[in-house]
Write a protein that binds this ligand. Structure first.
Ligand SMILES: [Zn+2]
Length: 146
């Protein structure tokens, strides 16, 4: 019995996706970057300020000084896409291939019925670069902390 379709590891998603990867994914360009903080126009409210949202890259969270929206990558997607937290985590899993082996087996199961739906979304160079940069940063942190 497999419940792979419904099960999603929130922690794994949070660890695998950086706020930086999300900004790139949604095409939200940051205007300021200072050490581990990025400032950008908040996508959740119609404020005049174009640096009302602060993203802490180390803690991987966001906070808006205008509308007080805050949270992690899953909260961000849930708010941005107007969907549940679970749905947000599932979308992140799909976009960034977090749980690829499970995704593959899901596709094999459904292949015979609907081939068109089993084609994975394309990986853009931006996704790859963001992912690699994030992994490198994590690695650097690990090495420096020793
Ligand atoms: Zn806001």
């Amino acid at each position: 019995m497999s419940n792979g379709k419904d099960w999603i590891d929130f922690n794994l998603v949070k660890q695998s996706v950086s706020m930086e990867m999300l900004i790139i994914h949604f095409g939200l360009f940051s205007i300021e970057r200072k050490e581990d903080e990025v400032r950008l126009r908040c996508p959740f409210h119609n404020g005049k300020s174009n640096n009302s949202m602060a993203i802490n890259l180390t803690r991987n969270i966001f906070y808006c000084f205008g509308c007080k929206a805050r949270g992690n990558v899953i909260d961000f997607v849930s708010k941005y896409e107007d969907c549940s937290l679970r749905e947000a985590a599932l979308r992140l899993d799909k976009w960034f291939f977090i749980n690829s082996p499970a995704a593959e087996s899901r596709e094999v199961e459904t292949n015979s019925q609907k081939v068109s739906e089993s084609i994975p979304p394309p990986v853009t160079p931006q996704h790859l670069i963001a992912s690699i940069e994030y992994q490198l940063a994590q690695l650097k942190k690990l090495i420096l902390s020793r």
